[in-house]
Design a protein around this ligand. Structure first.
Ligand code: 5GP
Ligand code: MN
Length: 323
């Protein structure tokens, strides 16, 4: 932490980024740190490879997140948030990797330890918890805008204080952020309270796709590109849908197989597929995702692969025999 504080204090221009297809923690952590650095007069560029999902558009400062990078020499250091692996930044990761000093701030147990310096805590409920500690260490006075971003990161990554990563800090920081003026109802309404009709119709298609393995311990959902087309939805609209598959009685692991929105299928029908995994806390899905080149947390992980939905399904079902 001391080294990182020194680097931040000495740097002229800082780049702050988080993972592509950002969730609430990736957006909230990015904004909180960005707002804090601006508050102490640091020239800061906030970057994300993807567009920010509609449900996070209410967050203060969101318009300041850019999808364009300048040349790597422009930045004295890059702070990479909520990325277990540097490639999680998205296609542009090699450009970020060329920035002189990379600081890796994250809470994934599978973190590869990339970068010159690391602030990694697998016990933290969210990257936002670690960013909170960093902002405190920087002696930045918290305000309602920073508080809203941190609160949103913790609220979403803990599944509204229900997932196994929910810890004392989650509640302590949420309390402090509420005292600073965050309105929990307003945040919840933006994040969970109002979905497009298309998103609800997509949920219907996803629920219909559920299959259960022979031993009843694995549930699989599949979302195809045509389901997104049919409902007029975006990949961000699938966020949280996997939890329905996880909640089924006796299911220990849920998988959501999702065809990538872009990319064309090869002659054998193979295309980019993303697989999300969730467990009930008795199965290490980070290890499972790791075996396919991905990573994540003990109970929530994922990986990316060139394959077909049918092929991944049969591989997952074979794997489920041994759960
Ligand atoms: P989600 O299923 O919501 O995309 O991700 C769940 C968890 O797994 C997150 O903590 C995320 O960082 C991790 N994860 C998801 N996809 C990948 C992936 O392709 N590679 C790695 N390393 N981690 C992933
Ligand atoms: Mn996170």
């Amino acid at each position: 932490m001391d080294l990182i504080l020194q680097i931040i204090k000495r740097a002229g221009h800082l780049l702050v980024t988080s993972h592509a297809d950002p969730d609430g923690d990736a957006v909230g952590s990015l904004l909180a740190l960005g707002l804090a650095l601006k508050k102490i007069g640091k020239q800061t560029t906030l970057y994300n490879h993807s567009a920010i999902p509609a449900v996070y558009q209410f967050l203060p400062g969101v318009d300041g997140i850019s999808r364009r990078l300048q040349s790597p020499e422009t930045y004295d250091a890059a702070l990479v948030l909520d990325c277990g692996d540097i490639s999680r930044i998205g296609e542009s990761w090699p450009a970020v990797a060329r920035v002189g000093v990379i600081i890796n701030i994250d809470h994934h147990i599978s973190n590869t330890g990339f970068g010159r310096h690391q602030l990694i805590d697998g016990e933290a409920c969210a990257t936002a918890e670690i960013v909170y500690r960093l902002i405190r260490a920087l002696d930045v006075e918290l305000d309602r805008e920073i508080a809203t971003a941190l609160y949103t990161g913790i609220l979403t990554d803990t599944g509204s204080f229900r997932f196994s990563n929910t810890n004392v800090a989650a509640f302590a920081i949420a309390r402090e952020m509420t005292e600073l003026g965050v309105d929990p109802y307003r945040v919840a309404q933006h994040v969970f309270g109002s979905y497009s009709l298309g998103r609800i119709k997509l949920l219907n298609l996803a629920l219909n796709s559920i299959e259960i393995s022979r031993n009843g311990k694995l549930s699989i959902m599949a979302i195809t590109r045509s389901m997104l087309d049919e409902t007029g939805t975006q990949p961000e609209d699938t966020d949280g849908i996997i939890n329905y598959a996880r909640r089924i009685e006796d299911v220990k692991v849920a998988a959501l197989i999702q065809e990538q929105a872009n990319g064309t299928a090869g002659p054998d029908g193979r295309t980019g597929v993303h697989v999300s995994l969730r467990s009930d806390g008795t199965v290490d899905v980070a290890a499972m995702a790791g075996a396919f080149g991905g990573g994540g947390h003990y109970s929530a992980a994922g990986f990316q692969i060139e394959s077909t939905i049918a092929d991944i399904k049969s591989r997952l079902i074979d794997w489920a025999e041994n759960i």
